[in-house]
Design a protein around this ligand. Sequence first.
Ligand code: 9D3
Length: 240
Amino acid sequence: MRIDVLTLFPEACEPFFAASILGRAQSGGNATIVCHNLRDYATDRHNTVDDRPFGGGPGMVMMCGPVFDAVDAIEKQDERQATRILLTPQGRRLDQAVLEELAGLPRLLLIAGHYEGFDERIRLGLAPRELSIGDYVLSGGEAAAMVVVDGVVRLLPGVLGDEQGAAEDSFSVFRGESRKTGAATPTETLLEYPQYTRPRVYHGMEVPEILLSGDHGKIAEWRREQARKRTAERRPDLLR
Ligand code: 9D3
């Protein structure tokens, strides 16, 4: 998959995309992530990409010209059809189902804005999908673009390797997703059960005896129970 990110702050995004799983996905050939500076597509000598809103009001608005020209130029860089995604507080709320859909596409073009918003003709002319990452206010779309890229890339075949295989084998505890099983209904959606690693006692707090018992049937049962309890307490909305 190729992912292009159009932003005013490519230098803020690039190190994130180079680190950890995303960096490995790129060097392993599963993903190509290319950041583009919107300012490179400004047409005046001040590299202007925003202007004051017609009709008055606070803040600045992202101009059409640089965005349209950038999308045009970026889309020509690769033959694959890009799915355009505008990151805005008015978009559809991101969830795991959206990420899974996006992960099945050959190419994404994420457009991160700043200021009060985009000139409406960007929506009309580019017909992008529009995504929000949640009901809180960020200063721009960059952090949201990073969230989308991270959530999509880890779903690409071959990116997670063994960790994913292991997750799939275990029973249907929610790991923030419903694994692609081909089944019509997603796996049961529960929060993760409590986990422990060495040492067996830390500051007087002991690892639950059952986890040391070696009885894998009992352990699975305990984990299911804990996951249900935790989900009921914290996220009753997940228990439809
Ligand atoms: C005064 C109205 N504000 C809308 C709530 C204006 C406004 C605030 C923040 C316009 C843009 C922004 C910057 N935010 C994003 O670009 C953004 C975002 C977000 O703030 N929250 C959740 N998801 C996203 S995706 C892009």
